[in-house]
Write a protein that binds this ligand. Sequence first.
Ligand code: CMC
Length: 428
Amino acid sequence: MADTAKITYQGKTYEFPVVEGTFGEKAIDIGNLRKKTGLITFDPGFMSTGSCKSSITFLDGENGILLYRGIPIDQLAEKSTFIETSYLLIYGILPNSKQLADFNHHITHHSMVHESIKRFYDGFPINSHPMAVCSAVVGSLATFYQNELSVRDDQEVEIAIHRLLAKLPTIAAYSYKKSIGQPLPYPDNSLDYSTNFLKMMFATPCEEYEVDPVIAKALEVLLILHADHEQNCSTSSVRLVGSSMCNLFASISAAIYALWGPLHGGANQAVIEMLQKIYADGGDVQKYIKKAKDPNDPFRLMGFGHRVYKNFDPRSKIIKTMADKVLKNLSKSEPLLDIALELEEIALKEEYFIEKKLYPNVDFYSGLIYKAINFPVNMFPVMFAMGRLPGWIAQWKELQKDADFRIGRPRQIYTGIETRDYIPIESR
Ligand code: CMC
């Protein structure tokens, strides 16, 4: 017998089905709650609300588990490439050699942007935040590829997917190049995804530039670790925007904006800025732990805490090891890494952090790697966006094919003023 849950309200009892996921997580299906009872649910921040059924990513916050299409994140980080992981997320299977070669070919051969797009970069102020630039340029792809805007035509969607994955690194690198006054380079299609991106970022036409394979591998791992994370803020934005049947370019543009905030993808930038502040302030880590614990101080330890992970973030373990490796490879000593390690060590022993289950998240160490590679801090969230792109695409695609598809439209509890008459301006 299927499980049900009962709600008793004003003496009447109503029964609702309970739906169950692969690993036994359960939800009360309250889709017809309002119809049956006149009630809606109230759940700010969606603390107990599931917005969809999804077969893409599973995460168990209590046990620190993260699976993409069933495969543990540590296996993918060690053995896969970003392109292969993107295929896995978007199409649900690990590709065979031919499928992977075809996919790679499509992504590689769409990497250039329309020459007119380059002129947009002249219009943005030189100190524009690259997240704003990337979102605007991604949104503008809808004007260049007007034959790929149908959400119900699989062929059009497929080409839009290739274009997005191929062009985002070019769009991102241009936002940086423009900000430092260097020429906008063409992509090099003989290189793999990460190597090509690093070359576009750091090469100049005046000299030979070889991308360090250790750095390229580190970037691949970082992109894989960020590739999907089920219904987080930006992914939910993709689904909500996409639920209006809005095209993929516009939906991804919205997701980039959603990711920008310091509580989400902007946290990696915020972590470095926090570490720099602590360093400039004499490196007194205890002082900042105290501030983070003080309920009257708005300061938060950036890179700590997560809505879902309440034990450890499996991504942060991999990234911590990677940070160490990259810094060793570059023979760089990084005082901010020492501060980060000290902060982590102290915080993990503090009652406040233990009780609230606050652990380092994916962003705590990723910024240190980006900094070591010489990315400016405002490019850090852009790196997150590049990584998260296949996840957004997979979630958007899944939504469009969902048997339960309908426009996303939450309700509210109105708490404003009761009905009243308009007062002419001279009488106010
Ligand atoms: N430093 C100090 N206290 C914290 C922190 C922190 N980083 N995070 C949460 N708390 C406290 C918070 O003050 C609250 O205390 P109280 O119960 O006394 O009011 C309690 O812990 C619960 O916090 P919350 O804000 O209600 O938790 P949430 O699930 O709504 O927020 C979060 C999750 C990630 C936004 C939050 O932990 C945070 O602001 N962390 C810092 C920003 C950050 O690192 N964000 C990156 C998230 S991982 C990458 C991504 O998915 O985007």
